[in-house]
Design a protein around this ligand. Structure first.
Ligand code: HEM
Length: 165
């Protein structure tokens, strides 16, 4: 009886910790998604800024708060990768290029300085982003379940080791 109570205690404690961890992660994600005060730009707006006098880029995706619009005109000459690579994707969605290079945390902090607004997704882009997010959530769901099972198994193992010592 005593060991059953101990086992239940371990199970409860580890599952509570896991739930707390999940809630914190969701809150952080929700917080970083709320940029309602920012201006919203369409792809037509962004497509007008493709030169050294005015260079805008769309960078961001569902895993980091959604696509945002950046006016990088003043950064062109300072970019370690050169101005040309940025001008090549000026006025467009440059997220894939930006991510493919594997930009550092410093580069991401630098990027934040040039934020001018949110990007208004087209119906088509919205559907694609929703499908991607759902796919990711489904993958996350099954790995969360595996983690719960793993935590429960560890708790049972600890309880049984104590019972036999
Ligand atoms: C405002 C947006 C951007 C910022 C703030 C930025 C920042 C940086 C920084 C700090 C580096 C040095 C390496 C690092 O710390 O990661 C870098 C390198 C580079 N970036 Fe960017 N970048 C931006 C956009 C882009 C875009 C849109 C492209 C491509 C289309 C690009 C292509 C490159 C390349 C090719 C390098 C050189 C990588 C290397 O030396 O291995 N960057 N960028």
């Amino acid at each position: 009886m005593h060991y059953t109570v101990q086992l239940l205690f371990y199970l409860h404690a580890s599952l509570s910790l896991f739930v707390l961890f999940c809630q914190t992660a969701t809150t952080v994600q929700k917080y970083s998604m709320s940029d309602k005060e920012l201006k919203e730009y369409t792809s037509e707006d962004v497509s007008k800024h493709t030169t050294t006098d005015s260079c805008w880029l769309i960078i961001g995706n569902s895993s980091n708060g959604g696509p945002k619009v950046y006016d990088v005109t003043k950064y062109l000459d300072d970019h370690p990768g050169g101005a040309e690579v940025m001008l090549d994707v000026a006025g467009q969605n440059a997220d894939e290029f930006f991510e493919d290079i594997g930009h550092s945390k410093e580069a991401r902090n630098e990027l934040a300085k040039y934020l001018i607004g949110n990007y208004k997704l087209t119906e088509e882009e919205m559907a694609k982003m929703k499908a991607d997010a759902e796919k990711k959530a489904a993958q996350g769901g099954s790995s969360s379940m595996m983690l719960i099972v793993l935590v429960a198994l560890v708790a049972i193992y600890i309880a049984y080791s104590q019972m036999n010592s």
